[in-house]
Design a protein around this ligand. Structure first.
Ligand code: NAP
Length: 348
């Protein structure tokens, strides 16, 4: 069932690969317009984003199904313009998605993309599209790290490594929203903004310290001592987005039955003080959003919308680009030259 008739010779612009490899494998050109099957919608994409994991999928470092020609891009926001059987009720609606370009699914860097209805999330009137598409990856990661994997409860104490970053800021804001007491590492440039994610105490319940945010400058020589003073033996949950926090230090900070959710790793394998961890019932829990289930991603998308509606946190928007910049963006991603979120604007 079609809302507006597509072009009689339906093609669309896309940024895609014919083989895995370096950024030079990226082509920008025309591909056939896909047709939705049962339970799928065709989304006219208005915006997508660039995620660090895109480089791993493109190069093959994160092995996943990439049927060629394989369209890049993971997150999208747009309007449903065609729908297969069982998805007609979504026609004409503004929807977002966060798990394309992976596991055999084509990506979002195209004029149109197919989305299974259970991976399509409604975009409320009061949520700005480009903010949402930039927020989905970091905020979904934060949501699942804290709730699904970190089992955060109100009143608990959370250490966020890299609170000034995209995932880090979302972690701080969501932990505050959930009534946690937060300590975050952030250099001076970012510290005030991170502390501003702290809540009005009356809105987060009666637990002592709920909603407070304290920052420690990780560039300060005495940062480990400051963290020990604030957190030794009482940290319920650690999520380090930098991969740079010393595992020996983190182990000393953990409360009995604390959880360490690992979402990134330093280039060389760190020494893990296993004796300290097991004797305190501390668990080390790896998590990568690429393995999240359909239900977890839908829950995380709702969490992302709520974060934008109920907290001051916003993704750090670095730049807006279009499909012609696909290759240069990946070159910069490989070189570590992208700070903040890139929104890819797409004209159908
Ligand atoms: N597992 C998953 O599912 C998943 C999902 C999304 C992202 N990730 C990963 O999560 C990581 C963070 O992503 P992001 O987009 O939030 O990156 P980001 O915006 O660059 O944030 C990284 C943060 O780490 C801080 N940092 C760097 N060195 C530090 C140190 N020695 N001590 C404490 N903090 C330090 C940085 O602060 P300065 O600027 O002050 O150096 C920055 O605030 C990336 O490795 C990404 O690949 C994983």
């Amino acid at each position: 069932m079609t809302l507006s008739t597509p072009d009689p010779a339906p093609r669309m612009r896309a940024a895609f690969l014919r083989a895995l490899g370096g950024p030079e494998q990226i082509e920008v050109g025309e591909l056939p317009l896909p047709r939705p099957g049962a339970g799928q919608v065709l989304l006219a994409v208005r915006a997508s984003s660039l995620d660090p994991v895109d480089a791993l999928v493109r190069s093959g470092a994160f092995p996943t199904g990439t049927p060629f020609p394989f369209v890049l891009g993971r997150d999208a926001v747009g309007t449903v313009v065609d729908a297969g059987a069982g998805a007609e009720d979504l026609l004409g609606r503004r929807m977002a998605t966060s798990s394309l370009g992976h596991d055999g699914r084509q990506g979002a860097w195209a004029g149109f993309t197919l989305v299974e209805r259970e991976r399509a999330y409604p975009v409320p009137e009061d949520v700005e599209e480009e903010t949402l598409v930039a927020a989905l990856h970091p905020a979904s990661t934060a949501h699942l790290a804290l709730h699904r994997h970190g089992r955060l409860a109100p009143g608990q104490t959370v250490l966020v490594g890299g609170g000034g970053g995209n995932v880090g800021g979302a972690l701080v804001a969501e932990a505050v929203r959930a009534g946690a007491q937060v300590v975050a590492t952030a250099r001076e440039r970012d510290a005030a903004g991170v502390r501003a994610l702290g809540a009005d105490r009356s809105s987060v319940g009666a637990c002592p310290g709920a909603g407070t945010v304290t920052t420690v400058d990780h560039t300060a020589a005495d940062a480990p001592e400051q963290l020990r003073t604030l957190l030794a033996d009482r940290t319920d949950l650690v999520v380090d987005t930098s991969g740079r926090l010393d595992p020996e230090l983190v182990a000393d900070l953990m409360a009995v039955r604390g959880r360490i959710v690992v979402i990134t790793a330093p280039p060389s394998p760190p020494r893990i003080p296993l004796a300290r961890l097991y004797t305190r019932d501390v668990s080390l829990h790896g998590f990568v959003i690429s393995r999240a289930t359909v239900d977890e991603l839908a829950d995380a998308a709702r969490g992302t919308v709520r974060l934008l509606q109920e907290t001051p946190w916003r993704p750090r928007l670095a730049e807006n680009r279009d499909l012609d910049a696909a290759r240069s963006l990946h070159e910069r991603l490989d070189a570590g030259g992208i700070e903040g979120r890139v929104v890819m604007r797409i004209r159908a």
